[in-house]
Design a protein around this ligand. Structure first.
Ligand SMILES: [Zn+2]
Length: 281
């Protein structure tokens, strides 16, 4: 799933291509917007908010989209061949005289009043890529549930907006913290949040999401289950973390990231020796 840095770059590219220009054709291919026509309106700007995209157009309207797992926005010059997927996956086409912006497979695509953007992004916590990122508010939201595992809390967009599975795993590795440590037990919580913010920031302007400068691998632990830890040579562990339907695979090195680990259930024994079955009542 795209993380905050990917969405930031998509917004940045859409903004550079479209902002200030008039839409000369719009084609919404989702039932709820089938009759919507924004032609004649100027695009004001395109802003990322966590993993959400907000495209403001003249007249107080915002096109809100979210990429989720495999949505994408592509930019093509008029007349160029579109490359983002088959035609039936196109959800919207927004054209200016210079660019066609094509939204593919967008699971969220809706039109809201710009004045009421809060109705779609107001639930989000502080945005790690917002220049005015509010660390104190982020910490306050994290510490509201001190018994929660940090690996889950970092993914909660209502706590912090922008972190996905890659930057969660990599920030925790770099700050030597087990994903199963509870929020209240994390030794340097501000430093951990700042680490995630810096990783996102370092990767926002290009499509790579590297967190190491190591030629052996782009990531310390993410996607490297069972392989040797780049720091200590131990085996990178994987386990599912979180409750359905929000569980995600977590990667960590138990040597470099000491702390709690998932408990492996002992093998089942039908009845402990010497003890009788409970009597039915
Ligand atoms: Zn290690």
């Amino acid at each position: 799933m795209p993380e905050g840095d990917t969405v930031w770059l998509v917004a940045h590219n859409l903004d550079r291509a479209l902002a200030g220009d008039v839409l000369n054709r719009t084609d919404f291919r989702v039932p709820s917007l089938a009759t919507t026509d924004l032609a004649g309106r100027t695009v004001i700007d395109v802003m990322p908010r966590g993993k959400h995209l907000l495209m403001r157009v003249e007249g107080g309207l915002t096109v809100h989209s979210h990429l989720r797992m495999d949505g994408a926005w592509h930019l093509h010059r008029p007349g160029a061949r579109w490359t983002g997927g088959p035609d039936h996956e196109v959800r919207v086409v927004l054209s200016t005289s210079a660019w066609d912006a094509i939204g593919y497979r967008l699971p969220v695509l809706e039109l809201v009043e710009t004045a009421h953007e809060d109705s779609v992004v107001g639930h989000l916590g502080p945005d790690l890529l917002d220049p005015g990122f509010d660390l104190d508010e982020a910490l306050r939201r994290l510490l509201r549930q001190p018994d929660r595992e940090i690996g889950q809390a970092l993914l909660d967009q209502t706590v912090l907006a922008g972190i996905g599975n890659i930057y969660k795993a990599e920030s925790l590795f770099l700050e030597r913290t087990s994903p199963w440590t509870t929020v209240g037990e994390v030794e340097h919580l501000p430093r951990l949040v700042d680490r995630a913010r810096r990783l996102l920031d370092a990767n926002k302007a290009h499509s790579s999401q590297a967190t190491t400068a190591d030629p052996r691998a782009d990531h310390w632990v993410y996607g490297r289950g069972g392989r040797p830890c780049l720091r200590c040579g131990g085996r990178v562990a994987t386990a599912s973390q979180g409750d359905p339907p929000y569980e995600r695979v977590t990667y960590w090195c138990s040597a470099c990231q000491p702390g709690p680990s998932p408990v492996v259930a002992p093998s089942y024994r039908a009845r402990p020796p010497g003890r009788r079955a409970p009597r039915r009542t």
